[in-house]
Design a protein around this ligand. Sequence first.
Ligand code: PEP
Ligand code: CO
Length: 443
Amino acid sequence: MSLADLDSWRSLPIKQQPQWPDAAAVADASQRLASFPPLVFAGEVDQLREKLGRAAAGEAFLLQGGDCAETFAGANADNIRNRIKTILQMAVVLTYGASMPVIKMGRMAGQFAKPRSSDTETRGDVTLPAYRGDIVNGFDFTEKSRVADPQRLLQGYHMAASTLNLIRAFTQGGFADLREVHSWNKGFASNPANARYEGLAAEIDRAIKFMEAAGADFEELKRVDFYTGHEGLLMDYEAPMTRIDSRTQTPYNTSAHFLWIGERTRELDGAHVDYFSKIRNPIGVKLGPTTDIDTMLRLIDKLDPNREPGRLTFITRMGAGKIRDALPPLLEAIKSADATPLWVTDPMHGNGITTPTGYKTRRFEDVVDEVVGFFESHRAAGTHPGGIHVELTGDDVTECLGGSEMIDEATLATRYESLCDPRLNHMQSLELAFLVAEQLENR
Ligand code: PEP
Ligand code: CO
């Protein structure tokens, strides 16, 4: 396949793209992006697809986590390190609980573009273009900042590159060595989930020391494979990052290992599904509560015609109140469809609420309830619950209600930092990991 064959999406209906005021400047930025080095390599992408295939078969579990919207200002060392530490801690809890490999993936190094429910935002009597993420325009509510600026495409690439560089340094350079399992907990406020984690870390420590004393070799524990993924939304970024791999002569999106199509852009005859059908990366599709069986089956035929293990992940985001009705029919239909997608739960996006004071939030208990509903549905159908996709940060923000810190509506204002959806904080993330581990033990 040539790069020109990849361009068929351009003639199809497309949603959620910005109105760039200067078409020539976008074309110029795209051309420059196309000349920049790839951020990931085809071999890593293939390796991830194989691992996801194992998760689809019930032999591994995917943990995907990170900001709803990464920001350029947030791409600093502390922030990235805390998110990585949180994901590593969650992975330890899950690996230990489930006794199976956990595939670690950040919603990181490219999660910059956001779909919006409205093209504009009105405050008082002023209406401006909606904020679409730092790779498109600025969050500040001024005319100047809300203009879609193609220079941001280039800045997004550089932010992704430096974030990925730090991820690689941390996960390959000794920081993620399992013998450091205690140190990942340092610096976080002490709380019940942290105390529980300390107990588990002590057990792991003891097991490692025993194995070392017995002469076992631990190269495997020194490094962690950590993959990146983001919503493949903004085509003026994704298209120029797509390259033909010299080894296989097939196209890979080199901006991330994994990309997914959001709930709002997954029309069967739309641009995004067409583009995704042509790249070799493992891909995801979000499925909301209105997904019917026919749509699901046609998505499989378009996106995974060869029924390749690990190729296609369905990320369900039904809402706690709906998952027990909406998911089981899809799982039943899959069983006679000769397809084995990886099933992942996103217990965040179906559980949004707005407080009377105007904060977008989610209740931790709803998040947990959706996760439990996900496991229940798979247990009943005999299919594999293969992973979890969450919006989280390593910082002690107050964006989601509840958890053992019992964050209430009045507390939300104290540290609400997300520019988009509310994220689990460090402690809520660890708590959730322990709950998922229990579900995995009883699957
Ligand atoms: C998201 O993952 O941030 C998102 C917008 O999700 P969805 O497409 O499921 O609404
Ligand atoms: Co979100």
